[in-house]
Write a protein that binds this ligand. Structure first.
Ligand code: FAD
Length: 538
C-alpha cells in the first residue's frame, strides 16, 4: 500500500478527480489503482477565499503494479509518497490470574462504554452500571428539563447512558498521540456503530449529538449480544472492601454486586461519588481546570472570517480555536467550539447551574458558540483538600443559578464590559436549549477571571472580526470543562485501593469523548492482560 500526502484539491471536486490526481502523482494511469482510501482531509485556508482541501490517501495498486510498489516509491523520490506504515490496534493476550467475579464498570460514558465493549469483545462479559437512564429515555428527561426547568438528579446532560458527551457537539479530535492505534480504533468502532464513515478521515472529526446517541445505543446492544450486562438507574453509592481490595459495590437501594475488578468511569460531575471515594481515603488530589462563559455569534460571521466567504460549497461550517495571554499572566482560550450549535443548560445538581455547547450532525444552526475560559488552579479554590476544586465549582454554579433565578443568566458582551444587566438583545438571537433570562454574569465570576475574559474577548476580536461585538451573547457559567480532581493510579492503572481502576475524564486521565474512550480501552487492556477470561481459562 502506498501513502500519498499533501494532495490539494478544490472544494466540491468529483471523487474521480482525487483518484486521477493520485495516479498522476504516481505517474500511472488511474486504472492502475485498485483502491484509494482517504486517511485524512484538512482545509488549507491560508489564501482565503481560495480554499483547498488537503488529502492524505492510501493507494492499493492493481497487478502487476502491486508487486512493484517499493520500486515505484523509490523511483519517484518524493517525501509525500511513501510505503504506508499501518499499525493496526491489537487486542492483548488474556492473562492467567483468576477473576473472582465479573469486571464491573461504573458509568456508561465514552470511557465506560469503550472499556465495556473491548472487554465484551475479548469474552469477559462485563457488567456496566449507570446511575441514569438509557439514552432513549434520557433524551426525554433532558428535553423536559430544557422546556420546564425540572431537573432529574440522575438523568440529565451529565448523567445517563452515553455520559456527558451524549448531548454535545460530538467533536472527536484529541491531542493524545496515537502510538497505540487506540484513537483510530475508537473512530472505527464508532463507525461500526453507525457513525458516518467520514469521521475516519476528517482532520477534525465530528459526529453531532443526534448520531452519537444512535452509536451509543448500538454499542450497548453489542455489549449485551456478547453476554455483558448494562443496568440503568443503578447508582454505585459505596464500595465493598475486603483485605485492602475492592470486591464489589453497594447500590443506592442497598443491593450489592460482586466484582473481580471495578472500573470507575464516573465522569467529572459525579460529585457524590468523589465524596464517597474520599471517605474511603482513596488517594486523589485537586487539579487545575478552567472556568468562564459561553459566547454566541452568527455562524456566518465566523465562516466569513475563517473562509473569506460564506458561499463556498462542500465545506463544513467554520470553527475556530483562539488563545490569549493576559496582562495579569492568565491564559484565556476558547474551548468546545460548536459551529452551527446551541448553548445548553448542562446542570446536574439542584440549585446549581452550568452551561455547555451542543450541535447536531448538520451543524446548521444560525449561531456559533464556544466557551471562553481561564485556567484556575488550587490556589484559586479558597480551600485545601482533594475536593476543594469541586466545592469551588459548586459555589460558582450556585451564583449562576441565583443570577438567572434558576434560568441561564445571559448578558451581552457590551453590557458585561459596562458592568450592567442587559435590557434587550442586539442582532444576535440566542440559540439556547433551556430557559434563560438577563442576569449579571460578571458578578458570578472571580474578579480576576472576569477581567481576563474581557481582555481575552477583545483580543479575539482582532483575530475574528466581530468576536468582541457589543451584542455578542454571553451565558454561563462554564464550570465543567474538565475534572476538578485526579484519582491517583499506579503503572498497572489501579488506584490506592487494589482492584479499583480509575478511568476517563472524571479520574483526570482524559479530556473529551475520544480520549475518554481511549482511556477506557487502555483500562480494558490492562484487565485482559492480567486476568484469565472468566469461564474459559480459569
Ligand atoms: P462521562 O461521559 O461523564 O460519563 C460518566 C458516566 O458515569 C455518566 O453517564 C454518569 O451518569 C455515570 N455515573 C457517574 N457516577 C455514577 C455512579 N456513582 N454510579 C453509576 N453511574 C455513575 N467532548 C468532546 O470530545 N467533544 C465535544 O464536542 C464535547 N462536547 C461536550 C458537550 C457537553 C454538553 C458536555 C457536558 C461535555 C462535552 N464534552 C465534549 C466532554 C465529554 O463529554 C467528556 O469529556 C466525556 O464524556 C468524558 O467521558 P467519561 O466516560 O470519562 O465520563
Amino acid at each position: 500500500m502506498i501513502r500519498i500526502t499533501q494532495i490539494k484539491m478544490e472544494p466540491g471536486h468529483a471523487e474521480a478527480a482525487l483518484r486521477k490526481k493520485a495516479a498522476a502523482l504516481l505517474r500511472l494511469p488511474p486504472s492502475a489503482i485498485a483502491e484509494l482510501t482517504i486517511r485524512k482531509q484538512s482545509i488549507d485556508a491560508r489564501k482565503k477565499p481560495a480554499l483547498l482541501l488537503v488529502y492524505e490517501v492510501f493507494v492499493k495498486m492493481k497487478p502487476p503494479y502491486d508487486r512493484q510498489e517499493a520500486d515505484l516509491v523509490k523511483r519517484l523520490r518524493k517525501k509525500e509518497i511513501t510505503i504506508a506504515d499501518i499499525r493496526p490496534y491489537r487486542f492483548p493476550e488474556p492473562g492467567t490470574q483468576p477473576l473472582s467475579g465479573p469486571p464491573l464498570i461504573i458509568g456508561t460514558g465514552p470511557a465506560g462504554l469503550f472499556c465495556g465493549l473491548i472487554l465484551a469483545r475479548a469474552g469477559y462479559r462485563p457488567v456496566l452500571i449507570e446511575r441514569g437512564a438509557a439514552v432513549e429515555e434520557r433524551l426525554k428527561d433532558v428535553e423536559a428539563f430544557w422546556s420546564s426547568g425540572t431537573l432529574k438528579a440522575d438523568s440529565n446532560v451529565q448523567f445517563g447512558e452515553g455520559g456527558a458527551g451524549a448531548f454535545s457537539d460530538g467533536k472527536l479530535n484529541t491531542l493524545v498521540k496515537d502510538v497505540s492505534g487506540r484513537n483510530r480504533k475508537v473512530l472505527e468502532l464508532l463507525a461500526e456503530a453507525g457513525a458516518p464513515e467520514e469521521i475516519l478521515w476528517q482532520n477534525k472529526p465530528h459526529i453531532g449529538t443526534d448520531l452519537l446517541r444512535r452509536a451509543v445505543k448500538n454499542i450497548r446492544e453489542e455489549i449485551l449480544r456478547l453476554g455483558g450486562q448494562v443496568l440503568f438507574h443503578c447508582k454505585a453509592s459505596d464500595l465493598i472492601v475486603q483485605d485492602g481490595r475492592v470486591c464489589g459495590i453497594v447500590l443506592e437501594d442497598g443491593k450489592t454486586i460482586e466484582a473481580g475488578a471495578v472500573v470507575l468511569a464516573v465522569g467529572h460531575s459525579a460529585r457524590d461519588t468523589f465524596e464517597m471515594l474520599h471517605r474511603h481515603q482513596i488517594s486523589m488530589h485537586s487539579k487545575a481546570f478552567a472556568v468562564g462563559l459561553r459566547i454566541e455569534h452568527p455562524q456566518d460571521m465566523v465562516t466569513l472570517a475563517q473562509y473569506g466567504s460564506t458561499e463556498l460549497p462542500g465545506l463544513p461550517a467554520a470553527d475556530y480555536k483562539l488563545t490569549h495571554t493576559c496582562g495579569n499572566g492568565r491564559g484565556v482560550y476558547t474551548f468546545c467550539m460548536c459551529p452551527g450549535g446551541y448553548v445548553v443548560n448542562a446542570s446536574s445538581e439542584a440549585g446549581r447551574l452550568a452551561t455547555n455547547g451542543m450541535s447536531y450532525h448538520a451543524r446548521d444552526g444560525k449561531n456559533a458558540n464556544s466557551a471562553v475560559i481561564v485556567t484556575v488552579t488550587p490556589e484559586d479554590f479558597g480551600g485545601t483538600g482533594p475536593l476543594s476544586g469541586m466545592e469551588f465549582q459548586r459555589r460558582l454554579e450556585e451564583a449562576a443559578y441565583r443570577a438567572g433565578n434558576g434560568k441561564i443568566p445571559v448578558q451581552l458582551f457590551g453590557d458585561f464590559c459596562l458592568d450592567r444587566i442587559s435590557s434587550g438583545l442586539g442582532r444576535i438571537i440566542p440559540a439556547i436549549k433551556g430557559t434563560w433570562q438577563f442576569g449579571d454574569l460578571r458578578s458570578i465570576l472571580p474578579p480576576e477571571a472576569a477581567v481576563s475574559l474581557e481582555e481575552g474577548i477583545r483580543a479575539f476580536g482582532k483575530k475574528i472580526k466581530g468576536f468582541d461585538r457589543p451584542d455578542a451573547v454571553l451565558s454561563g457559567i462554564e464550570s465543567r470543562t474538565s475534572s476538578p480532581v485526579r484519582i491517583d493510579r499506579d503503572d498497572r492503572l489501579e488506584s490506592s485501593l487494589k482492584g479499583l481502576y480509575p478511568c476517563g475524564e472524571g479520574a483526570g486521565y482524559a479530556g473529551g469523548i475520544t480520549s475518554a474512550a481511549m482511556d477506557g480501552m487502555k483500562v480494558a487492556e490492562e484487565i485482559i492482560s492480567r486476568y484469565a477470561r472468566p469461564g474459559f481459562d480459569e
